[in-house]
Write a protein that binds this ligand. Structure first.
Ligand code: NAD
Ligand code: UGA
Length: 462
């Protein structure tokens, strides 16, 4: 099928590349010229395991192209994905201005056969109908034949047709395992009341639904849930809010464990074996961050508020998370007492491992607070240190090596659970430090091994 993906960020690029890999003809459109040039040269502007390789092979097979020309993209695609960002406004409300610009642009260029316009971006409940309205606004603009000033009102353009439907197809991929998640999804959700649009979406996803692209080929087929538009939009917010609340729950339990002398990692194992609870997303630590949980929980609270409902549970999940982000600082104060004049080394900067994404990363808050309290901050991150991209970081010295990070530090804080951090030579690092203290913000390291390496070790809730 012919597909156009508008917005080539973590979701759009992965979606475009994966759909091209399974044989569709994909054109990816982005407004950022520099990014498009980079992609046209076969390079991925983001780090995501396996993405570059898949991108290159799909381009070589002639299934994948990149452009800044929306008109070209709209003409090309039978299915048009909107995958632009929807960041949070200061009120918590979702900022839908990029979706609006794209919807309007699609309308302006819509001409010809039937199209399915897909909301892949996470958009507030009710956005499906709103996108339809904006697209029609764009169509109306296109239908006015331009006239010279003073020559009467604009006239309708006779040949423009606007035959389209809007589908909500929320995305559930995680950064760091986006390709795996796309080919091995737990479910695909399609929200629309229109059978023709749903049939086209089912045809598009058929190769993935069959299980053919699962890590274990021939694996189970993927469940497809067809809902109305608003329910599909709500599924996305409910899923992210549930997962964020689950993490806040285990963090709360961790804080109680700290006080009563229990170990939250053992408690998580104990409750996780209950199939009604499940063992995933029970890793206590420094709190949830990233480009989605914080903004999506905030947006759902805001939507509830718009309808006169006080979403108390979600607000509590956010409060616990904000408090959790202070915890590593409190632990540093417990052991070092005064932070002014001390040097703290951060292991990891990105909001989670296997990504270069720094949006709402817990490290950013820690850097700011340590700076405010007069500490010198250094950091080592497997991606940020190698990329040479500053990510707008200030108040932190980014080292190229974990050993240099250790040099002269009064304490280390493990902020991101990169797999490489299990393998570091902690005994040598301890010797290079001023005082070998490790605050493990992810309960990631082996406590006994760290003590043997010479560290005073503090985890979260252990
Ligand atoms: P992103 O910020 O990484 O990428 C957005 C892209 O859209 C950028 O490349 C930007 O240049 C482009 N863009 C902006 N305006 C445009 C326009 N008018 N025309 C063409 N391109 C335009 O965003 P993201 O992280 O990929 O998220 C996209 C959406 O998907 C958001 O709504 C997000 O909530 C949702 N989502 C994200 C993830 C994730 O893991 N990042 C997962 C699920 C859902
Ligand atoms: C999350 C969801 O998992 C995806 O399903 C969703 O598509 C995506 O948001 C989105 O809407 O953007 P992502 O943010 O990439 O994906 O990463 P997660 O693995 O969910 O981690 C989110 C945050 O929670 C990270 O800061 C992570 O360190 C933290 N986390 C995760 C914990 O603190 N404990 C856990 O047990 C799991």
């Amino acid at each position: 099928m012919r597909v156009c993906v508008i917005g080539t960020g973590y979701v759009g690029l992965v979606t475009g590349v994966c759909l091209a890999h399974i044989g569709h003809e994909v054109m990816c459109i982005d407004i950022n010229e520099e990014k498009v040039k980079l992609m046209q040269s076969g390079q991925s502007p983001i780090f995501e395991p396996g993405l570059s390789e898949l991108m290159k092979s799909s381009m070589a097979a002639g299934h994948l192209q990149f452009s800044t020309d929306l008109k070209h993209g709209v003409e090309h695609g039978e299915i048009l994905f909107i995958a632009v960002g929807t960041p949070a406004l200061p009120t918590g409300e979702s900022d839908t201005r990029y979706v609006e610009a794209v919807a309007k642009g699609i309308g302006t260029h819509l001409n010809g056969g039937y199209k399915v316009i897909v909301n892949k971006s996470t958009v507030p409940i009710g956005s499906g109908d709103w996108v339809r309205m904006i697209v029609l606004d764009g169509v109306a603009e296109q239908q006015k034949v331009p006239v010279a000033a003073g020559q009467g009102p604009a006239l309708p353009h006779p040949e423009v047709v606007a035959d389209f439907d809007v589908v909500s197809n929320p995305e559930f991929l995680r950064e760091g395992s986006a390709i795996y998640d796309t080919f091995n999804p737990d479910r695909i959700v399609l929200g629309s009341n229109n059978p023709r649009a749903i049939a086209m979406m089912q045809e598009l996803y058929a190769p993935i639904v069959s299980g053919r692209y699962r890590e274990q080929p021939g694996g189970e087929s993927v469940p497809v849930l067809v809902t109305d538009l608003s329910s599909a939009e709500m599924v996305k917010y409910a899923a992210n809010s549930f997962l964020a609340t689950k993490i806040s729950f285990i963090n709360e339990i961790a804080n109680i464990c700290d006080r009563v002398g229990a170990d939250v990692t053992q408690v998580a194992a104990g409750i996780g074996l209950d199939s009604r609870i499940g063992k995933k997303f029970l890793q206590a630590g420094i709190g949830w961050g990233g480009s989605c949980f914080p903004k999506d929980v905030a947006a759902l609270i805001h939507t509830a508020d718009d309808y006169g409902y006080d979403a108390q549970l979600l607000k509590a999940a956010v409060d616990v998370n904000n408090r959790q982000r202070q915890l590593t600082l409190e632990k540093l104060q417990q052991v070092l007492k005064i932070l002014k004049g001390k040097t703290v080394g951060l292991l990891g900067l990105t909001f989670k491992p296997d990504t270069d994404d720094m949006r709402d990363a817990p490290s950013l808050i820690l850097i700011e607070q340590l700076n405010r309290l007069g500490a010198k901050v250094k950091a080592y991150d497997p991606i940020v240190s190698q990329s040479g991209v500053s990510h707008g970081l200030t108040g932190v010295i980014v080292e190229n090596d974990a050993m240099y990070l250790a040099d002269g530090c009064d304490a280390l804080v493990l902020v991101t659970d990169w797999a490489q951090f299990k393998e570091l030579d902690y005994a040598t690092m301890a010797q290079r430090m001023h005082s070998p203290i490790m605050i493990d913000g992810r309960n990631f390291l082996d406590r006994e091994a760290m003590i043997r390496a010479g560290f005073q070790y503090l985890g979260i809730g252990r």
